[in-house]
Write a protein that binds this ligand. Structure first.
Ligand code: C2E
Ligand code: MG
Ligand code: MG
Ligand code: MG
Length: 280
């Protein structure tokens, strides 16, 4: 009802206004200040190369340290940010912060780690997205091949445009990965139309490995397909060494998940990942 009355109108809510609506409104308003009040934070989850069990990079995952509700996960506020038009500013902050962090870690380790950044369709399809990526790379002096942009099949809603943007990114030297691969209806359409460099096999396929023959078959087929298309592959949500072993056997080149490391704040992420490597 409030929405239909348009922006800027004041309306009095009756007591039948649901908690859901109230929560949503609170979050939407709170989100307006989240950036300036520095309540947003990036956590980093390590990605490991399976061939040599070495740290190859990180995925940046956003968190909102909400003053009242505590740490909120992206599933609790990214959709709201998209719908309220705040995803653009949040998205640029994510890109900028992740690349700044990457430049520090690259210097600290002397290794060309890769930073994977999730981008929502609205941000991705924006006119100046390519330019903003270029700018952020230049600003932090990060070589393009150390950045990987993660998209989902929802970019297909404007597929001509998506193709142009993916090509543009690849021309810059930036990698592009399809996140949650296999969960949507048009995973293959993405591969047919977009010149991406990587697929990330969704964790729902990894969960029941190694016992589930069907999932084993599906993962095996995805890896073969990726091989013949010369795409790189990351398996998501690897939680056990048994899963890691099967993936390695099937020739998967990279993996991430709780087995390799939880998403962690800046202060500990690199240290945790290096300790994991030294142990393994
Ligand atoms: P995603 O990109 O597929 O990220 C993987 C999610 O799985 C993360 O949840 C991560 O914490 C979780 N995860 C990683 N390893 C494991 C595991 O072994 N087991 C289990 N059960 N879970 C694991 P998170 O951080 O809550 O993020 C959820 C989604 O929110 C992400 O899915 C991504 O689509 C989106 N997201 C995260 N950060 C950003 C961002 O900066 N911008 C945008 N637009 N979206 C973001
Ligand atoms: Mg992702
Ligand atoms: Mg995913
Ligand atoms: Mg996801």
């Amino acid at each position: 009802e409030a929405k239909r009355q348009g922006k800027g109108r004041i309306c009095v809510y009756t007591s039948d206004m649901t908690d859901t609506v109230r929560t949503r409104l609170n979050l939407e308003q709170g989100l307006h200040h989240a950036l300036e009040r520095q309540e947003l934070e990036l956590y980093y989850q390590p990605v490991f190369s399976m061939a040599n069990e070495r740290l190859s990079g990180f995925e940046a995952l956003i968190r909102w340290n909400h003053p009242v509700s505590g740490v909120l996960l992206p599933d609790q506020f990214i959709r709201i940010a998209e719908e309220s038009g705040q995803i653009q500013s949040i998205g640029s902050w994510v890109l900028d912060t992740a690349l700044q962090q990457l430049s520090q870690w690259t210097e600290a380790t002397g290794t060309a780690l890769v930073m994977a950044v999730n981008v929502s369709p609205k941000q991705f399809l924006q006119d100046d997205f390519l330019a903003s990526v270029e700018l952020a790379l230049r600003r932090w002096q990060v070589p393009a091949h150390q950045l990987e942009i993660e998209i989902t099949e929802s970019v297909l809603q404007d597929f001509q445009r998506s193709r142009g943007i993916v090509s543009g990114l690849r021309e810059l030297g930036v990698s592009v990965a399809i996140d949650d691969f296999g969960t949507g209806y048009s995973s293959l359409a993405l591969l047919k139309h977009l010149p991406v460099s990587r697929i990330k096999i969704d964790r729902s396929f990894i969960l029941a490995l190694p016992g589930n023959a069907r999932d084993h078959g599906l993962v095996s087929v995805m890896l073969k397909m990726a091989g013949s298309l010369e795409l790189e592959v990351t398996a998501e949500g690897v939680e056990t060494w048994q899963q890691a072993a099967v993936l390695q056997q099937l020739g998967c080149s990279a993996a991430q998940g709780f087995y390799y490391g939880q998403p962690a704040p800046t202060a500990t992420a690199l240290h945790d990942a290096i300790c994991r490597h030294d142990r393994g």
